[in-house]
Design a protein around this ligand. Sequence first.
Ligand code: GLV
Ligand code: MN
Ligand code: MN
Length: 412
Amino acid sequence: MLAVSSPRLQSRIAALARFGALPGGGVTRSCWSPAHEQARAWLLGEIKTAGLTPWVDAAGNVFGGLGLSSLDAARPAVLTGSHIDTVPEGGILDGALGVLAGLECLETIRAGGQVPRKPLAVVAWSDEEGRYGSLFGSRAFCGRLDATAIPSMAAVDGERLIDAMRGAGFDPLKAPEAKAPPGSVEAYVELHIEQGARLEEAGIPIGVVDTIVGVRRARVVFHGQADHAGTTPMDRRRDAFLAAADYALKARDLVVTRGGPRAVTNFGVVHVHPGASNIVPGRAELVHEMRDPDAGVLERLARECAALAEDVARARATTVEIRPTSATTPAPCAPRVQSAIEAACSALGLRQQRLYSAAGHDAQNLAAVTDAGMIFIPSRGGRSHRIDEMSDADAIERGANVLLHTLLRLAV
Ligand code: GLV
Ligand code: MN
Ligand code: MN
């Protein structure tokens, strides 16, 4: 039975991990940054070495084709891939695994000499992590990128997408041109680390994803009054930070008690202005993220949190502004792709279990234009979005072989 080369895949994982490597381990490689652009150039070289045809679209998505040099509705392609950007202080496998395993599979198929009837391509999607905009590259590819929003898309530190893209040699206003011709993608399957502990705890090597969670983010800005931190009596302060902190605690409880059983929430960005120990905070900004696999539940939670923010602001003599920044749609995975993954597992003698994805993935955009699905492998200790994210080499090899045989089934 055809099988991937684990040493070749591991050596590419180690090579990609050098771009943006941090002294204490892990990697920071945000999209369009110099480290990311060096990684892109390296990846294009590996695509050529693997005997595939490279191309890059207007949104910066990198492709390697086997039996094709662009997408064409006349010969729909089976796509696989993930992303090579990372979160700040992230791990070496989130995204990298899916791209490099996809490349490994296509190289194995090409070298095996029995090229399937349908063309195949591996892709690295731009800015999956959403420094500037969640799932940016796959959104553009699937025709879901609002062109009018591009000029105002910015990172939490204020860096604008248009400056970052131009710095990397791309024309940001052309990104919507990355939209794939309708009907040009036969199916999409993505291999990813689970980023949770369910597979490891169950002792199951492969997860077959049935649903991908939706993620909503909003900037919540409390306005109070900057004042002298020594002389202003405690009962006369209009402290924007305390309002933000009060909101964060109450919103956390609201999501846990009023959301579905899988609802989660996070406040990963907090800015306090002017930011001096002797000034009562006059303004406090939070980025409030919430996730649920049910779009209706997310919508309701967003409304209830907005009402809560108003109540908290009033009670603390402040005002609040809420600016939604992104909302990805929860997506079911296609039964055809789930069945192909399960058949590949049976052929390889691997146990599998269906599970939902609590992380966002490009596959949820692809699900709007084609049959999309995902394969998960166990993450050590369930760790991810941290520098010690890791999966065993055997787990990676098993996942890559499941991807290989899923692709072969989808491309016959
Ligand atoms: C993607 O990594 C996410 O934030 O779920
Ligand atoms: Mn991630
Ligand atoms: Mn990822």
